[in-house]
Design a protein around this ligand. Structure first.
Ligand SMILES: Nc1nc2c(ncn2[C@@H]2O[C@H](COP(=O)(O)OP(=O)(O)OP(=O)(O)O)[C@@H](O)[C@H]2O)c(=O)[nH]1
Length: 488
């Protein structure tokens, strides 16, 4: 419940309570906080049971105001024990009402509702004001328990009761009930009433609470809450309570922000933060954390984008590589094809023109047609793959083997003179002769090889044609041999 316990200030007390307080002061004769005064008065005075219960009620209210809710409940329960003996149902009801309020303040609205129901059942018929107070407590509990309809019905009954002699705290509770029901104008009226009563009773904390609410409500109703909020701030400064000052500064910051007066809004927001060191630290930490998270997210996004890009680029490169491979590699033997040879030869020939020796072998498998014819085209393919592999194995890194077309291969040998080239050619010829072809183990194959060495002024075409001539000679002179062109 949002109710605020009655101030023990004498002007807010029932006449009997005020009388007791005066007696207690006379007895103790010292300026003491209310709870100490009443404890001493209870201990040293000659009170009847009803008076003891009434003092317990007052003492509990003082303890609650001083922030000792637990002590207050114990005091009221002790007071209830005494009150039971008196048979004073109104007093018992007031004690249960107070205990219920404490539960409501701690958020246990179900227990509060049970205790408040018990209290209202005890209220004697003539006690209209007390019944209305119990209804107010019940209406607040019910609203907290989401039973808006019953709460509104009780509020209507309270209005019918027309009670006017409540203490400030009950008007404040009523105002809060109106606010929670969305009846802001009524809430404003009763907060104003409560504020006046608090002011009369010199209850600065109550006054401040009401002024803060008045300012908020005026804002919500489109009125100017500035004056109320500044009055609240003056009260908060007088009380020097950081929490209350922070609340008011927060409201003022919101007010100026809504007005577009950002300078003043910032001023009050800073004041709010300054009075909430922990909250400020948390806020700072959380905003830093938020920034870090945002940054991390950005990085993550760009990392993802980057890796996607990398993947795409990689995929693109691989695709390109594949295309290049397809364009420059023979699909059957995976050796460089004729196009690759045509593109690389000019550079190699330029080096040869510059003085580096270069030789070229043209290799042609003998009677290859018969392999296809006798064993099948597929066996012919496999033999070509094996022949390509053999050629690769016979190469150095600097050599360039290629499939020239059909059953013809080329081997470019940079840095190699004709004689050495012919030795290489001979080695290859012998390997082909002795090769066991996996696709057809009983197959015996031979190769004819034409050799040509680069001569100054040669281009690719001339060099190849000389090698071709040498190959022709090898074929013409019986195959399975290595020949050179006539010039050599
Ligand atoms: N299986 C297969 N056969 C091929 C391929 N490319 C060319 N050939 C065959 O190779 C044979 C070449 O035959 P020819 O040019 O007549 O010469 P050859 O039978 O090798 O006889 P000589 O060269 O005179 O010793 C043809 O039958 C072509 O079909 C290929 O990629 N796969």
């Amino acid at each position: 419940m949002n109710a605020v316990s009655p101030s023990p200030s004498i002007r807010t007390l029932l006449p009997a309570q005020a009388d007791l307080l005066v007696q207690a002061r006379a007895l103790v004769k010292r300026e003491l906080p209310a709870s100490l005064l009443l404890t001493q008065a209870l201990r040293h005075g000659q009170w009847n049971t009803a008076e003891q219960a009434e003092i317990a009620l007052l003492l509990g209210q003082s303890q609650l105001l001083e922030g000792h809710g637990g002590k207050a409940v114990s005091t009221w329960l002790a007071g209830l024990e005494r009150a039971q003996g008196t048979g004073d149902r109104a007093l018992i009801a007031r004690l249960w009402l107070a205990v219920g309020d404490t539960h409501a303040r701690s958020g246990d609205c179900e227990t509060a509702l049970r205790l408040h129901e018990h209290a209202i059942d005890l209220v004697p018929g003539a006690e209209q004001t007390l019944r209305s107070a119990c209804r107010l407590a019940l209406a607040t509990d019910l609203l907290a328990l989401q039973d808006t309809a019953t709460s509104a019905a009780l509020l209507w009954q309270i209005e019918q009761d027309g009670t006017t002699n409540w203490p400030a705290s009950q008007f404040e509770t009523l105002a809060e009930l109106y606010r929670l029901h969305g009846r802001l104008t009524d809430a404003l009226v009763y907060h104003d009433r409560a504020h006046q009563l608090h002011a009369q009773a010199d209850c600065a904390a109550g006054s401040l609470r009401c002024l803060l609410r008045i300012g908020q409500l005026q804002q919500q109703l489109g009125q100017d809450g500035e004056a109320a909020l500044h009055a609240a701030l003056a009260q908060a400064d007088a009380l020097a309570t950081h929490v209350l000052q922070a609340d008011v500064h927060h409201e003022l910051a919101a007010l100026y922000e809504a007005r577009g007066d950002h300078e003043r809004a910032l001023e009050h927001f800073d004041a709010f933060l300054a009075r909430q060191p922990q909250a400020a630290a948390t806020r700072h930490a959380s905003s830093k954390r938020l920034a870090a998270i945002e940054m991390r997210l950005k990085l993550l996004t760009s990392e993802i984008e980057l890796s996607q890009l990398r993947e795409e680029t990689l995929a693109g490169r691989q695709q390109l590589q594949k295309l290049e491979n397809a364009a420059y590699r023979d699909s059957l033997t995976q050796l460089p094809n004729r196009r690759a040879l045509n593109e690389r030869l000019p550079d190699l020939l330029a080096a040869a023109e510059a003085g580096q020796p270069l030789s070229l072998l043209l290799l042609d498998l003998d009677h290859f047609k018969s392999v296809n014819d006798e064993y099948s085209h597929a066996v012919g393919d496999d033999v070509l793959v094996s022949a390509g592999e053999l050629l690769r194995q016979e190469c150095r890194d600097s050599d360039l083997p290629a499939r020239f077309g059909g059953e013809e291969f080329v081997l470019v040998l940079p840095g190699v003179r004709l004689n050495d080239a012919m030795h290489t050619a001979e080695r290859i010829r012998l390997r082909v002769r002795s090769q066991r072809w996996p696709a057809q183990p009983e197959l015996a194959l031979t190769v004819s090889i034409g050799c040509a060495e680069f001569l100054p002024g040669d281009n690719a075409e001339i060099l190849l044609s000389r090698a071709d001539l040498a190959l022709y000679l090898a074929k013409r002179t019986g195959r399975d041999r290595v020949c050179t062109a006539p010039e050599h």
